[in-house]
Structures are given as structure tokens and as C-alpha cells.
Design a protein around this ligand. Sequence first.
Ligand SMILES: [Zn+2]
Length: 338
Amino acid sequence: MRITELEDVAATLSDKEYELLMRFYEIKIFTGELKLPAEMKDWVRTRFNSVERVERQRIVSVKNRFTGEHSLFNELRAVRPKEGMQKVVQEVEPCRFCNPAEQTPMDSFGRIKGRYCVTASNLTKYDSYHGLVIFNEHNPQVITEDRIADYLRTGERWFESVCKDNGGDMYKFFLWNCLWRSGASIIHGHMQLTASKTRYGKLDVFDRVVSAYSDRYGSDYLSDLCKVHGSLGLMRTSNDDRILFYITPVKEKEIVVVSTAHRSDGMAHTIYKLLRFYRDMGVMSYNLAIFQSGSYHVARLVDRGDLDDRTSDIGAMELYAASVIAYDPFKLAQEFRV
Ligand SMILES: [Zn+2]
């Protein structure tokens, strides 16, 4: 099954499933046409395997009616020259994060030590509490389930200390920018932790969507979102977590996890599996975000492109309009093996 066949998939759903799909998404499939000069045809045939597919391109538009998340898929954009072998980050020079005790600041309440990591205070903060989980291992591509669980557990312990220090509840947001394509300025493996008194703007909008959805339909937004993905074959389960091969990805290969775990380390097994899946696919640079929504923990993971690519993966479309996507979420779901 492919995203270009989304209407065919929708036609096989039960009335109830179809209704829910249509409640969430506006789906449009159309063809963009162009004419190639004769001089270009050989090159196009070599590059894209077919002249016809370029002259009549199938574009799929999927828009979430509640959140406004909107992705434009063009399978042609995925037909690119074969990429090279998986690259390995070989920089093993000792860096500042290799010696966090002397080379990084600490929070006012000190450092939290894990088995495979230690916390630091971020030197240039974007929130009143902004910390780091610095991995003992320099190379961020070294991942094991034990390590992921330890990083998240240490992050949770940091968050507990922050709430105690602040004397009240705060909003938790954990993120992992892995390697430079993702916005990371330091190669050494590290996660970032923020605790905020203010709900971040995008999450505030999301909270309002969830609340309005509940008022209008008497039903749970995230639970129904999972149902829709499940009916399309775009969901897997792992422990208490539901893994969605997201149909409105913010960028390539986005995977969303909806978890009933009380703490983020309860998702460690699933997050490890997804990172291993990414690694097996050759994804080196990614963003991971973990936040709470009501009683859920939500994780979002997205591929940020080839480490050698000089072109940014986001442009004005992504910043101001809609996300342009090459990778088919149906393909992603089919490739996911655990
Ligand atoms: Zn280092």
C-alpha cells in the first residue's frame, strides 16, 4: 500500500472507521503536470526511471482538520540517486562534554548522576530551568536499551529536583537533537531538559485542540488519533505504547508514540526500538521530543536528512505553510520490524 492509494485504503474501511478518518483529515489527491523539452528526457529517464511519472506527478495532501498539521506527499521526491553507505561519526577527539565535571556548569541543586550519564546546566538557556543529560559515551550513535532507559530516568530525576527547587508543578519537555542536521551544536551525545512555568505555544494550541475535541465529540483526541492510524495499518503497539507512522509528518519518517506510561523512562523500550529502526535505515541525524498531554506521554521522532547534505530539509513551506514530504508513511510502517 502507498500513500498515493490512500483513497483506496479509505474505501476498504468500515463506515465508522471511514467517518473517523474523515473527521480528522482532509485528503486530496491530485496530479501536477509539466512538459519536458526533448533535450531533457534522457536525463529525466535516468534520474527518475520514467518520463511519464515526471510529466504527470501524483501529489497527496493530508491535513489534520483540528491541529492544522498538513503534509504534501510527492513520491517523486523520494526517487533520488541512491545514497551512499551509512556514515559513521568518527570524531573521537575529547570534547568539552567528555569532561562535564570541569567543562560544564551545574544546576543550583547540583548534578544528577546516572549509570551512563550526568546532568549539567545549559550554558545558554531558553528557559528558567534548562539542563542537559550528557552521555558518558561521546559517540551519539552508540545506543543500547540500558543507556536510553538511564538517560530518561536521569532526566526524570532532574525534573523532580527542579520541581522541588521551584516549589510547584512545571511543564516537562525533553528533547534530543542528534548531530548537526538536527540543530545540535555539539556532537557528543546529549539530551536537553526543560522545565517551564509557561506551556510552550505549540503545545498550548495542542491542549486546546484536545479539550475542544473532547467537548465536541465526548471522546479522547489522542485515543481517536491512534484509532485512525490503526484502521489504516499505520500503528503498532509496544508494551503500553502505541507507535504511529504519522500521516501528517512534520518532516521525513516522523513517528509519534502515544504512551500511558507515567514517566518517560516507561517508554525506554519503545524509544530504543525506534532509534534502532532509524539506525538500521541509515538515519543519523534526528530530533526526538517528549512531552506530556493530559495523562499521556507523547514522543515525536523525525529524520533530519543526510549528514553530507548541504541543503536544509526545511524551507519557507515548512516554516509558514505545510510540510513537503518524500517518504511514504505506509512504506515506513511496512519496513518497521521488531
Ligand atoms: Zn565528547
